[in-house]
Design a protein around this ligand. Structure first.
Ligand code: FAQ
Length: 312
């Protein structure tokens, strides 16, 4: 019996083999990966903006160095991810244009403002913590270039997570009254947008069934969100912080923290472009694209000249 290409592909996924760039793959698999990886790359790049804003205002040289290293890491993550997506046959320019035209998304959480210095620590603890949860899963995904990028990215995100947690624990336990108030205010504003990062409930998640079938996701949005809540709530409470959720309670029977309903209207508004800073974030990326035009032209001219020299 002759197996179809699809059947061979599914069998490879079933056996846990990695699919590599030149391998045959269904068009829908390639498109799903381009969607996810490019959106992930855009998130890393747009994600530099909320924290980058605070680099000139860091309260000490030490904190400034740590923050600069973190923001530079995010740029590197964007580069790895754009490369991984390019291996699927899309160009960097096509991905950037899709972002600027509003056709490609990026993580909703980066459309919220950073209002105080403690937000830098809170983003490290919560946003990087949530990203690590999701990315540790993706490090096992079926597409080789994406899974390998995730291994490197996760180890750097772990540093981001630790620096954020260290800052918040220090301010919450040994800080001045003002620092303690900043930390609580920051948690109040970042808790819900962080939970939204995991995406809609499983029943509303149109992409999950196919992604799970292809071994791209191995856990669902709700499963990852619950793991994050279970790990994070007791740690925040242990340093005297109050979670902004009146429905939050520990359920002895299931061993899980039960939490209140996310404001899904707000989530979809932000995802569709109407969040607090969507317009500002896109304007910033558009300006960077315009400002970089001469670099792209110079690089293209250089490549053309090299080809001419080879031809001679
Ligand atoms: N924001 O069917 P699903 C980071 C969209 S990296 C915006 O459930 P899926 C590092 C979704 O795209 C953070 N849109 O989708 C850092 C889909 O629309 P589409 C980024 C969202 O793919 C830290 C629609 O809703 N990580 O933070 C969001 O199965 C600190 C229906 O949703 C990744 O991108 C959202 N939160 O699950 C940097 C990881 N959620 O595209 C700086 C890779 C959903 O069909 C500082 N991506 N949507 O038009 C994933 O794991 C998945 O794509 C999910 C969404 C989990 C994001």
């Amino acid at each position: 019996m002759i197996e179809t290409k699809e059947a061979q592909f599914e069998a490879r996924i079933e056996r846990g083999e990695k699919i590599e760039a030149g391998d045959w793959m269904p068009e829908a698999y390639r498109k799903q990966l381009i969607r996810m990886i490019s959106q992930h790359a855009h998130s890393e790049i747009v994600g530099m903006l909320p924290e980058g804003k605070w680099i000139p205002h860091a309260p000490s040289l030490h904190r400034k160095l740590v923050l600069m290293a973190k923001v530079q890491d995010e740029a590197g993550h964007g580069q790895y991810l754009y490369h991984a997506a390019e291996s699927l046959g899309i160009t960097r320019d096509e991905m950037t244009r899709a972002l600027l035209a509003g056709r490609a998304k990026y993580a909703s959480v980066f459309n919220y403002p950073t209002d105080n210095w403690a937000d830098v620590g809170m983003i490290g603890w919560l946003v990087d913590g949530a990203a690590i949860k999701n990315q540790t899963m993706l490090a096992h995904c079926s597409y080789g270039p994406y899974s390998r990028a995730m291994v490197r990215i996760c180890s750097e995100e772990t540093f981001h997570f630790k620096q954020g947690k260290e800052m918040i624990v220090q301010y919450a336990t040994e800080g001045t009254d003002d620092q303690k108030a900043q930390v609580q205010d920051s948690l109040n504003r970042w808790w819900w947008p962080t939970l939204m990062m995991f995406g809609p409930h499983d029943a509303e998640s149109k992409n999950t069934p196919q992604l799970v079938k292809w071994g791209i996701k191995t856990k669902t949005n709700d499963e990852l969100r619950q793991e994050f809540v279970d790990e994070t709530v007791p740690e925040l409470q242990a340093i005297g912080l109050t979670l902004p959720d009146p429905d939050l309670r520990y359920d002895d029977e299931s061993g899980h923290w039960i939490f209140g309903e996310i404001d899904w209207d707000e989530f979809w508004r932000v995802v569709k472009g109407d969040g607090p800073l969507n317009a500002e974030r896109l304007e910033s990326r558009q300006n960077a694209y315009n400002d970089g035009a001469w670099v792209r032209e110079a690089a293209a001219g250089f490549a053309e000249r090299q080809q001419e020299m080879v031809a001679v």
